[in-house]
Ligand binder design. Sequence first.
Ligand SMILES: Cc1cc2nc3c(=O)[nH]c(=O)nc-3n(C[C@H](O)[C@H](O)[C@H](O)COP(=O)(O)OP(=O)(O)OC[C@H]3O[C@@H](n4cnc5c(N)ncnc54)[C@H](O)[C@@H]3O)c2cc1C
Ligand code: SF4
Ligand code: SF4
Ligand code: SF4
Length: 346
Amino acid sequence: MSFELLKKQVIDRDLCEGCGLCAGTCKSITMVDGRPKLTGKCILDRGADHCGRCFDICPQAHPEQVPAEMEEPLLAVSVRAKDESIQVVASNGGFVTALFKHLLETGEVEAVIGIVGGKYAPQAAVAEKPEDVLKLAGTRYSPSGVMTKLIEQQKKTRGQLAVVGMPCELRGVSRWEEMLGISVLKIGLFCSNNMRKDESGKATKMTPCDHCTDFIGVHADISCGFAGSGKGYTTAIALTERGREVLQKALDASLFDVTEPNLDRVKASQQRKSKRSPAEIDMPLREKILATLVSSGPADTVSISESLEAKAEKVHYHLLVLQQEGFVELHENPSDPYRLEWHATQ
Ligand SMILES: Cc1cc2nc3c(=O)[nH]c(=O)nc-3n(C[C@H](O)[C@H](O)[C@H](O)COP(=O)(O)OP(=O)(O)OC[C@H]3O[C@@H](n4cnc5c(N)ncnc54)[C@H](O)[C@@H]3O)c2cc1C
Ligand code: SF4
Ligand code: SF4
Ligand code: SF4
């Protein structure tokens, strides 16, 4: 796999949502006007056989159908930051800003990553000191390449990081975490749509949003938005155990005025968004084989080739490459010792 695949399946089809993860993961890729460009040499042009990290990490190359019915959050509140200096710069209740400030003050994280800059030209930014968090406050309805900064920051430190991003961006961050075996605190923003300036300078809805089914940000530890809250408040929902602990500690520290959120509003937005159809991505055969083993469990070469309607010898070749790379292993079938079957190692 090469940059060509990412270009063909995502960038040229205008499905890129500008998260910047591919640029963070490969020094040959640069974000130019919110889209990735190959500015160096792809390793495949230098004679290597297989890379594809940019495709593997890209959330838009791996679309997801998020269900209409959202799982009950572990904790849900509607909050407004008590700190008036936050209230004046925040977009709603200042939840993200107050939480980030608290996380840096208590040393729970070493740095937080958000955005700064103009309405349709936000840029990723890092805050390492509590007083610097205010500059990240507020919402910009445009992509920022925020995740390039996350990867850069992670390379500099072994400390804990927190990042805020759109549901699609956090889907990519989860893939990156899995690849590296690391974990960052992920704060999501509820999202219906995002905007981007076209060539004439007019702001229009981004194409990938037409195919996006995630309103709540299912990959976040805590997600938040104005839905379900009154003016000046933010609804915050904890979706993981880590998120619940972090949110509970912030509530215990009395950072917020707290009321009950109207979760029906959030659920209704998720239901509406789940009706969109994820884009179809034509994965290369090797990826399809691995995806089949991960989703359907162990299988032999013939049954994999039948289910994918591909030639058995081609499937066998890709399985051997996957075995060499450590993604699959060959084991005896427990019910028939004369038959061997492939297992995904992840
Ligand atoms: C494109 C977009 C669409 C949204 N759509 C909805 C919606 O339909 N319904 C809903 O309830 N809420 C939506 N939100 C979330 C909402 O607008 C607020 O961001 C949220 O309520 C948090 O408010 P706050 O006062 O707690 O945040 P603040 O304390 O003001 O902090 C906001 C944080 O988000 C970061 N941030 C802002 N914009 C971006 C961005 N573009 N990319 C990455 N990080 C960013 C900032 O750096 C800051 O750290 C959307 C947000 C965005 C960016
Ligand atoms: S990540 Fe790998 S496949 Fe993608 S552009 Fe870089 S070298 Fe090429
Ligand atoms: S990783 Fe992000 S920036 Fe790169 S192509 Fe995919 S969506 Fe676009
Ligand atoms: S609707 Fe929001 S989460 Fe979905 S692709 Fe667009 S920006 Fe990303």
